[in-house]
Write a protein of this length. Structure first.
Lengths: 309, 238
C-alpha cells in the first residue's frame, strides 16, 4: 500500500505529529507487513460531502488494515487529521467499526487506533455520532474477548469530541506532547461560554488543560512518548503487554479513581494547581520539559499508573 | 411526555426514583421484578460529577446481580462545556458511564434508552447511545449540534442549511433523522402504557449492534453497513 517515500521513512526520526496517517502506519508496523482494507484505490468516498461542495478523499480520511508488530498480528486504524480534521463521517466511522468487528474473528494480539480527530464531521453529524457509539460498543466487545485496544494520540488534530470518548473506552492510551485529549474543544467552549471561560487563542492554556503531559500526570494516559514513530511503537508494545481486563472490577476501580480525582482536584482552576498538588515542585516548568525530564517527574510522582480503565 | 408522566405510566403502583440536580436514579416494579432507572432530566448538561453519579448507579445495579433491566431516560443538554470539566478529564468520565452501561448489557441487564426531550453530543453518546436499544417518545429532539452552530463551523449560510436539512437526514438535527440513521431504533406511542411497550422491546432484543443495518434499511445512512461488511470481508481474505 505504501509509496516509496513513506516506505523509506525512518521511525526513529519521523515526527508522529508531522507524519500522515499512512506514514504512521507504515513506520509503526514491521517493515512491509501492512495490508490495508478498502485502500484508496477502491475509492470509498463520502456520499455526503458533495452536497456541501466539499472535496472528498479516496479513503475518507482513515486507514484500516492488518500488520505485524514484533512479529505478532495486529489490526490498525489511523485517522488522517489533514482531511476534514480527521472527523468521523459515515464511511470513516464504518471502516473503524468494521475493523473492530472483524477483530472478534481474527483474534489479533491487539487493535491499535491512531487517533487524529476533531470528533464528529458536522456535514454528516448523525452518521458520525452513531458510528462513534457503534465504535465504543465494538471496542467493549473486543476488550471483553481479551484483545487489548490501544489508543495512540499525538496528531495535529488531537483527539476531541467523540474521539475523546472512544479514547476513554480503550484499554490503554499513549500520548505525546502534541496529543490533546478532550471532549469540548477550546473553540467550542469559547463559542458557547465565552472567552472568560476558555480563551481558545491562549495556546499554552490549551496544552496545559488538554495536552499529553496533563493527561499523563493525572492518569488519563498510560504512557508519554517523544514525538517519534519509534517512541509510539515502543509504547504500544509495552501497553499491549499490560492491558486491563474489561469487567466489573476494572470499572469499579475506574469509578474510584475518577471520584478520587474529582475529590482531590475538583477545586483547581488551572492544570498547574493540579500538578502542584500532585507534588510536582515546579509546575510552571512542566510545559517546557523535554521527555526525559518529564519522565523523571512521572517516576517521582509515581501514582498515575493504574489498571482502572 | 414529561419525566413525571413517564414515571406515572411506568410505575402506577409507585417507585423510589428521585431527581437531584437533573440526575435521575431509582427503581420501580416492572414485570415480575424491578427495573432500574437512571437518566438526565430538564435539559441538564452532563459534566464529570453527574457522569460519575450515574455510573455509580449503573455499577450498583450490576453488582446486585439480578439482571434487572436498566432504563436510561434522557432529556439532557450536551456535555457540560467548561474548563473545569475538561481539566478533570470529562472524556474519561463520559466514557466510563458508557462503559458501565455496555458492561451492564453484557452482564445480562437489558439496557433500554428512552429519549423524551433533548440530548446532544457527548451526553447523548454516554447515555442513550450506549444502550442496547434506544426508543424515543414523540416530540423528542436528539441532535449532534444545532443548525446555527453548524453554520458557524461549516461557514455555510443558515438559510442554505435549513433548506438542506429538509432533504438530508445525515446531518440535520431532529428525531426523524436519528431514526433514519438507525441510532434510534423505535418511536413509542405515548398514548399507550409504557411498561408493555418496554417489555416488548426487551422481548425482541436482537444480538449484536443492528444500528448500521437499520440505517441502511431506512436510508438515513446508506453506506455504513456495506462498508463495515466490506472491511470484514477483505480482512478475512488472505
Amino acid at each position: 500500500m505504501a509509496g516509496d517515500r513513506s516506505a523509506r521513512t525512518d521511525p526513529d526520526t519521523l515526527s508522529w505529529y508531522e507524519a500522515t496517517a499512512r506514514q504512521r502506519v507504515t513506520a509503526l508496523a514491521d517493515p512491509s507487513s501492512v495490508r490495508e482494507f478498502l485502500p484508496p484505490t477502491e475509492r470509498r468516498m463520502s456520499p455526503h460531502l458533495p452536497l456541501f461542495d466539499l472535496p472528498r478523499a479516496f479513503d475518507d480520511g482513515i486507514v484500516v488494515g492488518e500488520a505485524t508488530l514484533d512479529g505478532a498480528p495486529v489490526l490498525i486504524a489511523a485517522q488522517e487529521g489533514r482531511f476534514m480534521g480527521g472527523a468521523f463521517g459515515e464511511i470513516h466511522g464504518a471502516k473503524l467499526v468494521g475493523l473492530l468487528r472483524v477483530a472478534l474473528e481474527l483474534k489479533p494480539k491487539a487493535v491499535l487506533i491512531l487517533f487524529d480527530t476533531g470528533g464528529v464531521r458536522l456535514q454528516e453529524a448523525n452518521a458520525g455520532e452513531t458510528a462513534i457509539a457503534e465504535t465504543m460498543r465494538a471496542i467493549v466487545d473486543v476488550r471483553a474477548a481479551g484483545i487489548p485496544v490501544i489508543g495512540l494520540i499525538g496528531g495535529r488534530a488531537g483527539c476531541y469530541g467523540g474521539g475523546g470518548l472512544i479514547a476513554g473506552t480503550c484499554s490503554r492510551l499513549a500520548v505525546s506532547e502534541g496529543g490533546r485529549i478532550s471532549v469540548s474543544g477550546p473553540e467550542v467552549i469559547e463559542t458557547n461560554k465565552g472567552a472568560e471561560e476558555f480563551d481558545s487563542r491562549d495556546r499554552a492554556l490549551v496544552w496545559r488543560t488538554m495536552g499529553g503531559k496533563h493527561r499523563r500526570l493525572t492518569g488519563g494516559a498510560d504512557a508519554f512518548c517523544a514525538d517519534t514513530v519509534s517512541a509510539f511503537r515502543r509504547a504500544a508494545l509495552d501497553l499491549i503487554g499490560r492491558a486491563p481486563a474489561f469487567d466489573l472490577d476494572t470499572l469499579e476501580a475506574e469509578q474510584a479513581r475518577l471520584e478520587d480525582r474529582i475529590a482531590r482536584f475538583g477545586d483547581c482552576h488551572d492544570a498547574t494547581d493540579v500538578w502542584r498538588r500532585l507534588g510536582v515542585n515546579d509546575p510552571e516548568a512542566v510545559p517546557a520539559m523535554d521527555t526525559d525530564a518529564f519522565d523523571a517527574i512521572v517516576a517521582r510522582v509515581g501514582e498515575m499508573d493504574h489498571d482502572a480503565r | 411526555m414529561t419525566l413525571a408522566e413517564i414515571l406515572t405510566s411506568m410505575f402506577p403502583d409507585g417507585h423510589d426514583v428521585t431527581v437531584q440536580d437533573g440526575l435521575v436514579s431509582g427503581t420501580g416494579p416492572f414485570a415480575d421484578g424491578r427495573i432500574t432507572l437512571v437518566g438526565i432530566d430538564g435539559d441538564t448538561p452532563l459534566g464529570v460529577d453527574g457522569a460519575l453519579r450515574l455510573s455509580r448507579s449503573v455499577l450498583d445495579a450490576i453488582r446486585a446481580g439480578d439482571r434487572a433491566p436498566i432504563l436510561v431516560a434522557v432529556d439532557s443538554d450536551s456535555q457540560r462545556m467548561s474548563r473545569r470539566d475538561e481539566l478533570l478529564g470529562l472524556n474519561e468520565c463520559l466514557a466510563h458511564l458508557a462503559k458501565a452501561l455496555l458492561l451492564a448489557d453484557r452482564s445480562g441487564h437489558p439496557t433500554i434508552g428512552l429519549i423524551y426531550g433533548h440530548s446532544a453530543a457527548g451526553a447523548f453518546i454516554a447515555t442513550a447511545l450506549a444502550t442496547r436499544v434506544l426508543a424515543a417518545l414523540p416530540g423528542a429532539n436528539p441532535s449532534v449540534m444545532d443548525l446555527p452552530s453548524v453554520a458557524r463551523v461549516t461557514k455555510l449560510p443558515l438559510d442554505k442549511l435549513n433548506d438542506m436539512a429538509k432533504t438530508t437526514p445525515v446531518f440535520a438535527p431532529g428525531l426523524d433523522n436519528m431514526v433514519a440513521t438507525g441510532a434510534v431504533h423505535v418511536v413509542l406511542d405515548s398514548e399507550k402504557p409504557l411498561p408493555r411497550q418496554i417489555r416488548d422491546l426487551i422481548a425482541d432484543l436482537e444480538p449484536g449492534d443492528v444500528r448500521d443495518r437499520l440505517g441502511a434499511e431506512r436510508g438515513g445512512r446508506p453506506a455504513a453497513h456495506d462498508v463495515a461488511r466490506a472491511v470484514i470481508d477483505q480482512a478475512g481474505r488472505r
